[in-house]
Design a protein around this ligand. Structure first.
Ligand SMILES: [Zn+2]
Length: 146
């Protein structure tokens, strides 16, 4: 169960869709989201933030620690990175807005599914692979493979 939450960024020009794995933490542990247009106004603080391709998520780490007994696997190293990478408070999809773009891109492929299924399956596979490669090159944190 992963509930989705749309959170408006600090300047109000964008919003990001976040998910909270198993609802272990409430949405309120995210104190702010900064889009590329407003992230420059905020000085990066690695103790409370993660930076991802021009976006910032600022966490209320005090609130996060209040719930940390629910996640023994990260309690010892409770950090913005652990919250983000563990899926506890992270983008829905690879980047903010991913699920919207992804649905639109898939929709474009659907015409093909009706007319030429084998080719559709092939294109679909390539679409997924090419997409992840593009996002990796774009620098999104969740697309990095180390
Ligand atoms: Zn903004």
């Amino acid at each position: 169960m992963c509930e989705e939450h749309a959170i408006g960024c600090h300047c109000g020009r964008s919003s990001a869709s976040l998910m909270f794995r198993d609802e272990i933490f409430p949405e309120e542990i995210v104190s702010a989201v900064y889009c590329p247009a407003c992230s420059g106004e905020r000085e990066f603080d690695g103790d409370t933030m993660i930076a991802d391709n021009g976006w910032l998520i600022e966490y209320d780490m005090e609130a996060a620690r209040f719930f940390q007994d629910r996640v023994p696997e990260i309690a010892a190293e409770m950090s913005p990175g652990a919250l983000f990478d563990g899926g506890y408070a992270t983008w829905r999809g690879v980047y903010p807005g991913d699920h919207i773009d992804s649905v639109r891109e898939r929709q474009e492929l659907l015409d093909l599914a009706r007319t030429d299924k084998p080719r559709y399956f092939k294109e679909f596979r390539q679409w997924g692979l090419k997409r992840m490669e593009r996002l990796r090159l774009d620098g999104w944190r969740k697309a990095q493979t180390d």
